[in-house]
Design a protein around this ligand. Structure first.
Ligand code: PAF
Length: 281
């Protein structure tokens, strides 16, 4: 499994593939790959002739220095996972390669970045939009694959890709969960066994309100209150947000009359986890 470090190298590789008439799928990641990433790479491999996986911990999307410094990494493990999942090459640039001296351009989005994760993580989505735009321009893929766990990120990427006429198809892929229901995340590796057990309260709360909707509760405030109450029974859980929103606009809704998205971010100890679920289908 080749790991290419420079923009020139990956561009040359893609050019050769395109000259051969191959389609290119792309899975952008920050590394420390898990089964969730594997499912994205497998889907990309089933829909494209060649698959590139980028591994880059993007400093511009971290609003917390410690979070950036402690972000897990394991390039050897990533290489094995990419190979087993059917990927062809890893693009793992250095920070200097992506943001050389004098770098001064940022890609910003209006509106969609204000709620949910954007409300408390200042500048986070500007960092995501900037790096993903750069990666799209460098890799020039036909299709790019993102997990629905980061539902807001996916909505934002679809929006700016359309707004900026970037010729790439954005493919959203379902959340992959551990057997007990915990959404897969590279951050799960930061949890102790006890924290992992306690983190299950997140999926439990989402399941409870989904069931409440099924039983006829439509009032979003009531649903939210129940979810917050349930999560708060765990001593080390601190809710960053819990919202019920329209899945297309991400705007808060008052009543769950049709498809709605329950989305949450919860600190379990020091680790911030996100999860979401479509309720009221
Ligand atoms: O979802 C992620 O891992 C990152 O936000 C992404 C899309 C790779 C951009 O750095």
């Amino acid at each position: 499994m080749d790991v290419l470090r420079s923009v020139d190298e990956i561009r040359r590789k893609v050019q050769i593939w395109k000259n051969e008439g191959y389609s290119v799928g792309f899975v952008p990641t920050m590394g420390y790959l898990h089964e969730g990433h594997k499912s994205l790479i497998e889907k990309a491999a089933s829909e494209n002739d060649k698959v590139i996986v980028s591994v880059f911990v993007n400093p511009k999307q971290f609003d917390n220095k410690t979070d950036l410094e402690t972000y897990p990494s394991n390039i050897q493990g990533d290489k094995e996972l990419v190979e087993n999942a059917g990927g062809d090459v890893i693009f793992a640039p250095t920070t200097a390669e992506m943001y050389p001296n004098g770098f001064a351009t940022l890609v910003d989005i209006e509106g969609l970045d204000k709620e949910l994760c954007g409300a408390t993580r200042t500048g986070h989505f500007r960092g995501v939009c900037t790096v993903v735009t750069k990666l799209f321009l460098i890799v020039a893929p036909d299709r790019a694959y993102f997990g629905e766990k980061d539902f807001q990120q996916l909505a934002i990427i679809k929006r700016f890709t359309k707004d900026l006429n970037i010729p790439v198809e954005i493919v959203g892929c379902p959340i992959v969960r551990e057997e007990n229901g915990l959404a897969m995340s590279s951050r799960n590796s930061k949890l102790s066994l006890e924290e992992k057990r306690k983190a299950l309260i997140i999926i439990e709360a989402l399941n409870v309100i989904k069931e409440m909707v099924y039983q006829g509760t439509v009032d979003a405030e009531e649903l939210k209150k129940e979810a917050v109450r349930k999560i708060s029974t765990i001593d080390i859980a601190k809710i960053d947000y819990f919202e019920i929103v329209d899945p297309d606009t991400l705007e808060k809704i008052d009543e769950v009359r049709e498809k709605a998205l329950a989305a949450t971010a919860v600190f379990i100890g020091k680790t911030r986890l996100i999860d979401n679920m479509i309720i009221g289908e």
